[in-house]
Design a protein. Structure first.
Length: 275
């Protein structure tokens, strides 16, 4: 149950914890990452470190390369026709773009939740969460059932729909569907969770639940969230990166980015002078 002052409490918690976030271990690193489609360059030599068990927000105006950046992190970008990538992405010490690395294994370790909730419409709630486990070869029904329940609980869904797990995932509300997609992503035990504007299609109540969930997830996972909502970035994240025209303009603790940005362009964007 969300408290009425949840958002205010979150701001205090986030800014307090962000003070020491730079001392956390680095989980994922992009080095000189450029990407685009055909002759169009969308990302331009972006280098950024994502800290373990922290939430990093990626902000910037529409079309600045936010979604392309996170899709490059788990090699989703390359599945699009004419897409190209240069540079390196390291999950700890492993370059995920090494020719010997299987992209499917990368996507198991670096899961993704998309902007629009996309439960498998012909599957039940249970089967949606179990899908990745079965695809990975798991056949133990008791183990699968335990993991389905555990991840529905992690996603704050079990208490709401635990008696409806045999119903279609598409029968849930929009916010519940998005949390179901998060449960599905968590079921295969990723190390990093990418979220591409996960609240953009949701109402304020559903958004608050997703934000509460994101903050809880960082106890276990490295979380990277693309958001067009600067207030949301301030509420949920420990670190913030500002992208503009494909370049990383500024990156640092969220409190510093929002209260004392070093770059004039960042200050203008944060203050709403463009975007």
């Amino acid at each position: 149950m969300l408290t009425h002052n949840y958002l205010a409490e979150t701001v205090v918690q986030t800014t307090e914890k962000a003070e020491g976030v730079e001392s956390l271990n680095t989980k994922l690193t992009a080095e000189n990452l450029s990407a685009g489609f055909g002759k169009k360059k969308v990302l331009d030599s972006v280098s950024i470190e994502f800290k373990e068990k922290a939430v990093t927000a990626i902000i910037g105006p529409s079309g600045c390369g936010k979604s392309t950046l996170i899709r490059c992190l788990n090699r989703m970008h390359e599945v699009t026709t004419s897409a190209w990538v240069t540079g390196q992405v390291f999950l700890e010490n492993q370059n995920v773009y090494d020719p010997a690395v299987d992209p499917v294994s990368v996507r198991r370790k670096i899961g993704m939740v998309f902007q629009k909730p996309n439960p498998f419409p012909t599957m039940s709630v249970f089967d949606n969460v179990a899908a990745g486990l079965r695809l990975n070869g798991e056949r133990d029904r008791k183990l699968i059932a335990g993991k389905v329940e555990a991840n529905l609980r992690k996603s704050f869904l079990w208490d709401e729909i635990g008696d409806r797990i045999n119903e279609s995932g598409a029968s849930l509300s929009g916010g519940q569907q998005q949390r179901l997609c998060i449960a599905r992503a968590l079921a295969v035990e990723p190390e990093v969770v990418l979220m591409d504007e996960p609240c953009s299609a949701l109402d304020p109540v559903a958004t608050a639940k997703i934000e509460q969930l994101i903050i809880k997830l960082k106890e276990t996972y490295t979380v990277i969230v693309v958001t067009h909502n600067m207030q949301q970035a301030a509420r949920i994240s420990d670190l913030t990166g500002f992208l503009y025209l494909g370049k990383l303009i500024e990156f640092g603790p969220t409190r510093q980015i929002f209260e004392n940005p070093h770059n004039e362009l960042t200050e203008r964007y944060i203050s709403g002078k463009f975007g």
